[in-house]
Design a protein around this ligand. Sequence first.
Ligand code: ATP
Ligand code: MN
Length: 483
Amino acid sequence: MAFNKRVKIKTILEQNPIGQEITLMGWVRTKRSNKNVSFIALNDGSVITNYQVVADPNLIAEDILKKCTTGACLKITGTVVESQGAGQSSELNAKTIEVLGEADPEKYPLQPKKHSLEFLREIAHLRMRTNTFSAVFRVRHALAFAVHKYFNDKGFFYIHTPIITASDAEGAGETFKVTTLDISKPPRTPEGEVDFRQDFFEREANLTVSGQLEGELAAMALSEIYTFGPTFRAENSNTTRHLAEFWMIEPEMAFYDAEDNADLAEDFLKYLISYALEHCQEDLKFLQSRLEEEEKSKPADQRSEMGLLDKLRFVVDNEFVRITYTEAIDILRNSNPNKKKKFQYLIESWGADLQSEHERYLVEKHFKKPVILTDYPKEIKSFYMRQNEDGKTVAAMDILFPGIGEIIGGSQREERLDLLLKRMEELHIPIEEMWWFLDTRRFGSTPHAGFGLGFERMVQFVTGMGNIRDVIAFPRTPGNAEF
Ligand code: ATP
Ligand code: MN
């Protein structure tokens, strides 16, 4: 039995091989029967469309047909014929059906009815067998492929930065510790501290929160690089935008200033969306109707003004707004929700950190477009960002998206050794441990810049899924590491 002779549903729909005998394999979505015939809707994941199989009880034994229940896996050989019914141009007249894997209809958790996203999260091992999740993961794949294609076409090199690191210089959040010590009785120093010199790496280690610092080292040799890998943050934020394990894309470019950086980021985001629009039509149409359905239960003023596809086209076709942090603070300070004390965190003075309620006000209410916010106060940004002439701000850049908030965080980096050292001292960053990072500024330093795109937030934006847990196959969040 050669499995590799099977034909994917996607191929049948593209080639419409009327009259040919083929073998299909896939999972039963639904079966309808009457005395004369059974109709099986089969799905193999290659496309959102189910393929109709027609089984004549004179040809297929009754005990086999009985086992063709929702969730069962079948191998079907038959002839492709013109379809009688509406909806698809061809169907398969089954000659033989082999049940590869039964699914007891009494026990199979996925029924051909609507399940809530919350319920499906509890059966994440099966949820990819639904239209919604198969569509999301096909789109996710297309976007991941587009990331590599975009950078490859531009001559960027893909660098694999380490997942285990010894520095938490970014200070991006709580890190997960990596250790082989017996945590119930770790070795101690004479002072009573845990003695990490006896640990695997002979020092404290943790899972990476960002590949940036190592990415910078590579950019100082290969000019233009990117990373695309998993990052880990043990932050206890139970939001619809945070995961403990997420994927980040971090390009880093020598000879780029802040404006070049913003130009690249905008072009990159538009490319990814265009790629999905071009290659994921069917899935996006399905996700658009899913979203419309979902929004019917919301009060009218909370529904989106545009459908998913229009929203995506709108972002591709319009220039992002570019404003400084200082301009944003003026807008926010004079905004209605601030005056009427509707914001949870009121904006009183320059220097305030922007919360997601502020970011979303700017994007969704004020500009109604993606916004690139630049030149933040140095106090609320990382040590490595380039200090501006004003002595108060740094060349940071955050990109804010409707419905998402921050999707990209980036900056031009401080390439001047003396200024970088001074800032690190002010922030008590262990300079000796960072000798390798500082060497880039000692030897052949140059202006450079980069940013980090949270991949799941991008997948959320493109698929219209409201919760980040629904765009990664097996989400890790506080209290959740099942599957
Ligand atoms: P936020 O303020 O939303 O927590 P951040 O400022 O911590 O984001 P950065 O450290 O700049 O984010 O990381 C770069 C990008 O990674 C963010 O713009 C976002 O898209 C994504 N990101 C950050 N934290 C998470 C997370 N916990 N889960 C998923 N994506 C994340
Ligand atoms: Mn964060």
